[in-house]
Design a protein around this ligand. Structure first.
Ligand code: FA5
Length: 333
């Protein structure tokens, strides 16, 4: 009987000392399984049937009491463990959420998209063109005589003797004339590069549009009409377009053109780009019959458009990736 009492006492103390379910499981194995089994082995040595029964009952009673204690302790422990887990997983529903930031297209991309919509709407087909260009297309094909000083204005970054970073999107014209027969209307938009003394209106990396058509009877009147439509679509109905004579080896006659609108810079003229009728030398070089066909071309700087429209005073802002600047153009173009 003493053995039963001491097992029960020991079990009582051990169970009370358990602080987690793991130690409680160990105590259960130790006392309920092994301890009780060991006691029960002693029953064989008892001869008297009454004593035997009494011993068996005493062991079973002790087992029931130990089990009840273990259950009670188990309940307390799992309550405590649930509380700890609950604390660990607690969600503070009053905390402000993490704001999802939605990106936006760069203002130059927004402007490019608008240019594409407008020129596409006027029947010009968009063509991709390479930024790494052959000297041949950037200069030779555009009627620059060897060592002509006009090339000095467009010094650039050479990759090797034949390859350079294009200085003007006009470089696409030769690529097109080689493969497409007139009538044709095309344009491209993209990055251009020049070895430039960088200032507020000149970058070493900037963007241009180049747009041209060849058909029967194309004249300066078509050029002026098209540029007028383009300028009105970009800047509004009250915009005026001015031509002044200028020189580019690939056009004859050549002009620079400026626009003015009362809304922008108080109606001051702002130069947008160059234009003219495609030089007959170029048409002939590509086997285009100059008695039948003529063409116009115009080019312009993309940066100029948002600079004028939003009063941006320095084009270096466009490529500096400062979000405080870029965020201003959310859904504007
Ligand atoms: C040209 O590049 C000619 N290819 C334009 C042309 C096309 C003429 C077709 C005739 C026929 P120009 O060098 O002027 O021309 O440049 C055209 C425009 O690009 C300029 O008016 C200006 O808006 C922009 N631009 C030129 N250089 C820079 C620069 N360094 N930084 C920013 N914009 C520039």
């Amino acid at each position: 009987m003493n053995d039963i009492e001491s097992l029960e006492r020991e079990a009582h103390e051990a169970v009370a000392a358990c602080t987690d379910s793991q130690s409680l499981r160990e105590a259960t194995d130790r006392y309920v399984k092994n301890g009780v089994q060991a006691l029960m082995k002693g029953i064989g040595a008892i001869k008297d049937p009454d004593e035997k029964r009494a011993f068996g009952k005493a062991v079973n009673d002790a087992k029931a009491r130990i089990t009840a204690e273990i259950d009670a302790r188990g309940e307390a422990i799992s309550q405590k463990e649930r509380a700890i887990q609950f604390e660990a997983e607690r969600i503070d529903v009053t905390m402000p959420g993490r704001r999802q930031t939605v990106g936006l297209e760069h203002i130059l991309q927004q402007t490019t998209n608008k240019i594409k919509r407008v020129l596409g709407g006027l029947g010009f087909e968009y063509r991709e063109s390479p930024e790494l260009e052959l000297f041949k297309y950037n200069f030779d094909a555009l009627n620059y005589p060897p060592d002509h000083p006009a090339m000095d204005d467009q010094d650039t970054f050479y990759v090797d003797a034949d390859h350079l970073l294009r200085t003007q999107c006009t470089a696409m014209q030769g690529r097109v004339f080689e493969t497409v027969q007139p009538p044709l209307r095309m344009f491209t938009v993209g990055r251009t590069y020049r070895n430039e003394a960088v200032d507020r209106t000149h970058g070493h990396t900037f963007h241009q549009v180049d747009c041209f058509m060849i058909d029967e009877g194309v004249s300066m009147a078509n050029l002026k009409g098209t540029l007028g439509l383009f300028a009105r679509a970009m800047f509004g109905d009250d915009v005026k377009v001015r031509f002044r004579p200028d020189f580019f080896p690939f056009v004859e006659p050549g002009v620079d053109y400026a626009i003015s609108t009362p809304k922008l810079k108080g109606g001051e003229w702002v130069e947008l780009g160059g234009a003219g009728l495609i030089h007959p030398n170029i048409l002939e070089r590509y086997g285009i019959d100059t008695r039948r066909y003529s063409g116009f071309a115009f080019g312009l700087g993309v940066e100029r458009i948002p600079m004028m429209a939003y009063g941006v005073d320095d084009l270096r802002h466009f490529l500096e990736n400062d979000l405080r600047f870029l965020e201003q153009f959310r859904q504007r173009a």
